[in-house]
Design a protein around this ligand. Structure first.
Ligand code: NAP
Length: 499
């Protein structure tokens, strides 16, 4: 944690001179863990007790269930979050659903403040005809599947040979990369068994990614773009007619290094492709005998309709766009069709409503002022706070969540004297309540057991056949919720019955 995220010192409030300030954080993803860490590090002369709850039996939220398995850089973040939770000054309660297993009234009875850090896991809607057809999917749903989310079905329909992925953000690239990679190249990761088996059966040959603006307006990031070229036996295909740059694009290329890098990468790929075509080097097969797959990057295509046959996706129609000088796109009236059998919209995540607190259905967030939760009239609700994507919407990289948490924690600390003091702050009251309700909660020791179990499954599995020879699998994720809970609770068995 950096110095700038350390809140200003606060003086002891009367209520917390004799006992710790008790804070519940709902959501053990990066937002919740960063908030807990920043709060524990605040300069203060009173004690603190933080309980971190998650509806899943394991911690790490979107890192475990949103980051693609072949993104090893993110492991660094897991290590940092692990370190925070392993210190022992923050209690973890997994498999506890806010609103069902713990109500707001119960939280208020036992905690002086509650911070919601529940993130956003659903797909934003795309309202075009045909979006409801069989074979049209949300990208976030697919991410949940390949990341072994316990609450999504174990199988995923992968029957399409040609696929469209809508959107030009990092999620679109994740979805397109996982769809186009040969399944055995993912074995080196923590990929669950059912996902490997599903992907191994996929007959896909062509994955098309469509952005509605130009190459200088993409939302993905340079590393993630370059990573596409690292997939073995997958060719990237670009289209010269999509390389349009307006005045705003030129300015962005000159003033923004990230844009300059990405436009440079895309332009180099296009030049290399044209050189290969001139030399007549059309890709035919692969050294390993695997069929080559293609990942096409299209720009200036705005989706207008998913077309279907017998209720199933059979194509997608776009209106070609042109840039308007400001970096925005406008329709040209020209319609283009692509035959595809599956469509994945990856046009953004969207937060879900939380029971018993206000929700803004327009933005998918909890209404708040810099993290202070507001009621329907726009008045601060004492003792309730929000941080992360449920606070500010699903934008920004994981690191941005730290400054966001610092802002929320600074407000909580400034409000100390006005917090609604918990009537029953006993340390063991909440575990006892959960046990009485037969909630099979998991603990940090339980997670350590599950973590070790998954790593052991990885070590015991057949090695992954990589291009550099066989490599041991780092872990095999356990997907089934009951199995996760059983493995976790086998080590640290509280009084409650198994769930
Ligand atoms: P995003 O970055 O906001 O990208 C959404 C994309 O969807 C944009 O290209 C947007 O185009 C497009 N879009 C929106 N509405 C559309 C419509 N009606 N028709 C066609 N296209 C539409 O969202 P995201 O990809 O879900 O990512 C969310 C955040 O997580 C981002 O900050 C992302 O960087 C981060 N993330 C990072 C990684 C990583 O590996 N580092 C992985 C996953 C996610 P316009 O720009 O024209 O609106």
């Amino acid at each position: 944690m950096t110095e700038k995220n350390t809140p200003a010192p606060v003086s002891t409030p009367a209520a917390f001179a004799a006992r710790p300030l008790r804070v519940a954080i709902i959501g053990a993803g990066p937002a919740g863990v960063y908030a807990a860490d920043i709060l524990t590090k605040a300069e203060r002369d009173f004690d603190l007790a933080i309980d971190l709850f998650d509806r899943y039996p394991a911690p790490y939220g979107l890192i475990r269930y949103g980051v693609a398995p072949d993104h090893p850089r993110i492991k660094g973040i897991v290590k940092a979050l692990h370190k925070v939770l392993d210190r022992g000054d923050i209690r973890f309660f997994g498999n506890v659903d806010y609103g069902t297993d713990l109500t707001i009234a119960e939280l208020r009875e036992h905690y002086d403040a509650v911070i919601f850090a529940t993130g956003a896991i659903n797909d934003a809607d795309l309202n075009i005809p045909g979006i409801e057809l069989d074979g049209s999917h949300g990208g976030a749903d697919f991410v949940s599947w390949y990341d072994g989310h316990p609450d999504v079905p174990r199988s995923w329909p992968l029957e399409a040979t040609q696929v469209a992925v809508l959107g030009n953000g990092n999620v679109a690239l994740d979805v397109a990369r996982v769809l186009s990679k040969h399944a055995e190249d993912l074995l080196v990761t923590e990929i669950p068994e059912n996902v490997y088996r599903g992907l191994a059966e996929s007959p896909v040959t062509d994955v098309h990614v469509f952005g509605r603006r130009g190459p200088a307006q993409v939302k993905f990031t340079p590393l993630e773009l370059r990573e596409l070229s690292h997939s073995h036996d997958v060719d990237i295909v670009l289209y010269p007619e999509d390389f349009e740059f307006d005045a705003a694009s030129d300015t962005a290329i000159k003033t923004n290094n990230q844009v300059k890098t990405m436009v440079g990468t895309l332009t180099n790929w296009l030049i290399e492709q044209e050189e290969r075509e001139e030399r007549g080097e059309a890709a035919q097969g692969t050294e390993s005998g695997r069929p080559r797959r293609r990942l096409h990057l299209h720009f200036l295509h705005s989706p207008v309709e998913v077309t279907g046959t017998d209720g199933k996706v059979s194509g997608i129609r776009f209106e070609r766009q042109e840039l308007d000088g400001t970096g925005n796109a406008r329709g040209t009236g020209e319609l283009v069709d692509y035959p595809v059998q599956a469509v994945y919209r990856a046009i953004g995540y969207f937060g879900s409503a939380l029971p018993e607190i206000e929700y803004d259905g327009r933005t998918g967030t909890v209404p708040n002022l810099e993290g202070k939760v507001l009621d329907a009239a726009g008045t601060q609700v004492p003792g309730l706070y929000a941080t992360g994507w449920i606070k500010r919407g699903p934008v920004g990289l994981i690191g941005h969540t730290k400054s966001d948490a610092a802002e929320t924690i600074a407000h909580l600390l400034a409000d100390l004297n006005e917090l609604p003091v918990a009537a029953n702050p006993a340390t063991e009251a909440v575990p006892a309540l959960l046990a009485a309700k037969d909630v099979a909660y998991t603990t940090w020791d339980g997670w350590l057991a599950l973590d070790a179990h998954e790593q052991a499954l990885g070590a015991a599995a057949d090695p992954a056949p990589t291009h550099e020879g066989p490599v041991a699998r780092e872990r095999v994720k356990v997907v089934d919720r009951a199995e996760m809970v059983a493995v976790s609770r086998g080590v640290d068995e509280p009084a409650a019955s198994r769930g």
